[in-house]
Design a protein around this ligand. Structure first.
Ligand SMILES: Cc1ncc(COP(=O)(O)O)c(C=O)c1O
Length: 423
C-alpha cells in the first residue's frame, strides 16, 4: 500500500490563489494587471535606501553589525522606532498601553507575523471569526491550521459587530465558545473591500471581546497593513490603543506598503502572554528576519527619509485612485457598482448580478483576452459549508500600473463586462 508522506497540515493546504495570479500575470506579460497587490514601481525609494545603506556601511563597526545575524525578536533600534512612530502618530504610550519595545517582534513582512500568531493559537477545529469578504492570503493560513472559520458580513463602516455577537452566541449554544481564539480585522482600507472601520465599531468590538474573554481565550488580531496609506477621511486610532492592559489585541503592521515591499519587513505588537510562544516558533522558523533590512528601515525612520517617502507615496496613490474611480465613472455601465475607499490599494467592484467573475467564468477569460486582469471576488469570500458565495465581485488594484494603464485597464474591463452581458 502506498502511504501519503505528507503531514495533515500539508494535506489540508491547497494551492494559494496568489501563486496562480502570479503565474497568469507572468504568462501574459502585456497584460494590465489590476490583480496584483504590488506597490507603485515608480515611487520606490531607490535613492533614499541607497543613502541609508551608505550611512550604515560607511561606518565599519555599524556596517559589520548590520551584516551579521540579528536576534530572533528583531533589531532593538527598529523596535524602538516602531513604537515611537505609533506613539507619535496614534497616541500610543507605554503608560497607556503597557507595551514596550520588548513587545514588538519584527518579522519577514506582516504575512509571516500573521502566520506565526495563528500557528501559535489555533489548533484544528478552533474557531476564527473573520469579515466576509476578507484578505484571501490569510484565509490560506486558516485553511492550513484547520481553523473553523466563521464569516461576518462587512457593512459600510466595517465588519458587523452584531454579526460577531451572533456568532459568539451561536458558539455558546454549540458548546464551542471556549474554542474561539481569534477575531481577525483589517480596520484600515480593508483588503479587498477598501472599507475603513469606524471608531465606534472599534470600541464596540473591543468591548465585546472583553466580555467574551470571560468565557473564551479570544484575541483580536488587528491587521493594520494599510494604516499608513490614507488619502481621505479622518484618522481613526487602532483598536490596540484601547488595549490598556496589553492583553487582548495583537497588532500587525508592515513597511512593505508604505516604504518598500522588496525589503519585506513587518512587525507585530504582542500581549505578554503570546510573546514567548511566538518567539519560540520564530526561533525554530528562522531565528530572526534579515538584520540588514531592519537596519535600513531603522535608518530611514531616524533620518526622516521614511516620513518623507510616505508623503510622496500617499500623494501618488491618491492620484491613481482618482484615475481609477474617474475611469469607472466614465466607462462602467449603470448596473456596475463599487466601493470608494479612503486609502489602501483596492477598489472593490461588483459586475452586474448575472455575471460570474470567477476564474473559470466567462468574464475572466474575456478580460484576459483583452489584456486586463483582476482578482476574482470568489477568493475573498469565506468558505462556509453549504452557502453559495456571491459570484459577481472583483478586486481592482490601482497600486502597480501607471495612470494611463489604469484608465485603459478599466476601459478594457468594462468592454469585457459588456460583451459578457451581451452573451
Ligand atoms: C491585509 C494584508 N495583510 C497583510 C499583508 C502582508 O503584507 P507583507 O507581508 O508584505 O507585509 C497584505 C499584503 O498584501 C495585506 O493585504
Amino acid at each position: 500500500m502506498k502511504h501519503n508522506p505528507l503531514s495533515q497540515k500539508a494535506q489540508r493546504t491547497g494551492p494559494p490563489p496568489i501563486s496562480w495570479i502570479m503565474k497568469t500575470t507572468l504568462e501574459n506579460p502585456d497584460i494590465i494587471s489590476l490583480a496584483a497587490g504590488f506597490v507603485d514601481q515608480e515611487t520606490l525609494p531607490t535613492s533614499g535606501v541607497l543613502s541609508c545603506c551608505r550611512r550604515i556601511l560607511e561606518e565599519d563597526v555599524r556596517g559589520k553589525a548590520a551584516l551579521q545575524y540579528g536576534t530572533t525578536i528583531g533589531h532593538a533600534g527598529l523596535r524602538e522606532s516602531i513604537l515611537n512612530l505609533l506613539v507619535e502618530e496614534e497616541g500610543m504610550s507605554q503608560a497607556k498601553n503597557k507595551g514596550t519595545p520588548d513587545n514588538v517582534v519584527v518579522t519577514t513582512g506582516s504575512q509571516s507575523f500573521l502566520y506565526l500568531v495563528t500557528d501559535v493559537l489555533v489548533d484544528p477545529g478552533d474557531v476564527v471569526i473573520i469579515s466576509d469578504p476578507s484578505y484571501f492570503v490569510y484565509m490560506g493560513i486558516l485553511e492550513g491550521v484547520g481553523a473553523d472559520v466563521r464569516g461576518v458580513p462587512m457593512e459600510d463602516d466595517g465588519m458587523s459587530i452584531d454579526g460577531v455577537r451572533r456568532i459568539v452566541e451561536q458558539l455558546r449554544t454549540e458548546g464551542k465558545l471556549e474554542r474561539l481564539k481569534l477575531i481577525y480585522v483589517i480596520p484600515y482600507s480593508q483588503n479587498p473591500s477598501g472599507i475603513t472601520m469606524s471608531g465606534k465599531k472599534r470600541k464596540e468590538l473591543f468591548g465585546l471581546v472583553q466580555e467574551t474573554r470571560k468565557e473564551a481565550p479570544v484575541f483580536v488580531l488587528e491587521d493594520c497593513a494599510y494604516r499608513e496609506l490614507r488619502y481621505y477621511g479622518e484618522q481613526v486610532a487602532p483598536i490596540k490603543l484601547l488595549d490598556t492592559e496589553n492583553d487582548s489585541v495583537i497588532y500587525a503592521g508592515t513597511f512593505c506598503k508604505p516604504f518598500s515591499a522588496g525589503l519585506k519587513t513587518g512587525y507585530g505588537i504582542l500581549p505578554e502572554e503570546l510573546l514567548g510562544p511566538v518567539l519560540h516558533q520564530k526561533g525554530n522558523l528562522d531565528f530572526g528576519s534579515s538584520n540588514f533590512t531592519q537596519c535600513i528601515i531603522d535608518e530611514a525612520i531616524r533620518s526622516g527619509e521614511y516620513k518623507r517617502h510616505r508623503i510622496t507615496v500617499c500623494e501618488g496613490y491618491k492620484t491613481k485612485l482618482k484615475v481609477m474611480l474617474d475611469a469607472l465613472d466614465e466607462f462602467a455601465p449603470a448596473q456596475m457598482r463599487w466601493v470608494v475607499p479612503q486609502g489602501g490599494l483596492y477598489v472593490w467592484a461588483a459586475a452586474p448580478e448575472s455575471i460570474d467573475t470567477g476564474r473559470e467564468g466567462e468574464l475572466f477569460n474575456n478580460a484576459v483576452s483583452k489584456g486586463v486582469m483582476y482578482i476574482p471576488g470568489e477568493f475573498c469570500f469565506c468558505p462556509e459549508p453549504g452557502r453559495q458565495k456571491p459570484r459577481n465581485w472583483m478586486r481592482l488594484s490601482f497600486g502597480v500600473e501607471s495612470r494611463d494603464n489604469l484608465r485603459e485597464g478599466i476601459r478594457r474591463l468594462v468592454e469585457a463586462v459588456e460583451e459578457t452581458l451581451a452573451g
